[in-house]
Design a protein around this ligand. Structure first.
Ligand code: AP5
Ligand code: MG
Length: 209
């Protein structure tokens, strides 16, 4: 199964990807995580991406497409159950690039309104060790591995609002793009994570039959 997880910043793509990975054994490819990993290792790619990420802007298409192209080639060689692309594509140019490289089985759209997202991201915490996301309101250590939690640099309100603006302007056109191709599966992501997951599973299992 080859999926795209589509949704605004903070819609819950990473949270649902962790659950889907467990259930379906899919590889999880998050372009944001790849950039953050590169930044941690101070690679030229990480340092270039940081300029855009800190401003809540998109990294230029050519850079992202080169990186994802290499990742897709790796995935093609693995004998796996498939993959989920989390945070890619984010522009029509990226979606056209993806279409030229591989066949996607479904695109899950996670919908949540902007104000709920601003609130969610103000308490998001990420584990330094395993990278899983959680919320500070419920945990002070990682609930998965006990690791230390940190706050992402782009989770301040000003940057979150720029990310939302960019999402509406540049990424939302992909809803039509994928609807036109009959690939869009829509989920109400304002519900509790377990309910969102149950809805996704129902859609995917129904889609398969
Ligand atoms: P990226 O890392 O992909 O960030 P994003 O899309 O902004 O999405 P987030 O990771 O912030 O949110 P999420 O949907 O994964 O939500 P999460 O599950 O964590 O990208 C970062 C940057 O990299 C971009 O801004 C851009 O600069 C660059 N970039 C990346 N890809 C690019 C591309 N293709 N092209 C160009 N540039 C690119 O959940 C959020 C919080 O909510 C957590 O605290 C979680 O515990 C909580 N939560 C989750 N689900 C629920 C729920 N149902 N109810 C209540 N709380 C919930
Ligand atoms: Mg994420």
């Amino acid at each position: 199964m080859r999926l795209v997880l589509l949704g605004a910043p903070g819609a819950g793509k990473g949270t649902q990807a962790a659950l889907l990975k467990e259930r379906y054994g899919l590889a999880h490819v998050s372009t944001g995580d790849i950039f953050r990993e590169n930044l941690k290792n101070s690679t030229p790619l990480g340092l270039e991406a940081k300029k855009y990420m800190d401003a809540g802007q998109l990294v230029p298409d050519e850079t992202v497409m080169k990186m994802v192209g290499a990742k897709l080639a790796e995935l093609e060689n693995e004998n796996s159950k498939g993959f989920m692309l989390d945070g890619f594509p984010r522009t029509v140019a990226q979606a056209e690039f993806l279409e030229s490289k591989t066949k996607i089985d479904g695109v899950i759209l996670f919908s949540v309104d902007d104000e709920a997202i601003v609130k969610r991201l103000s308490s998001r915490a990420v584990c330094k060790d395993c990278g899983n996301v959680t919320t500070r309101l419920e945990h002070d250590k990682c609930p998965y591995c006990g690791g230390e939690l940190y706050t992402r640099e782009d989770d301040n309100e000003t940057t979150v609002r720029s990310r939302l603006k960019v999402f509406h302007e540049q990424t939302e056109p992909l809803v039509k793009f994928y609807r036109d191709r009959n690939l869009l599966l829509e989920v109400d992501a304002s519900q509790k994570p377990e309910k969102v997951f149950a809805d996704v599973v129902e859609l995917l299992d129904h889609d398969k039959n």
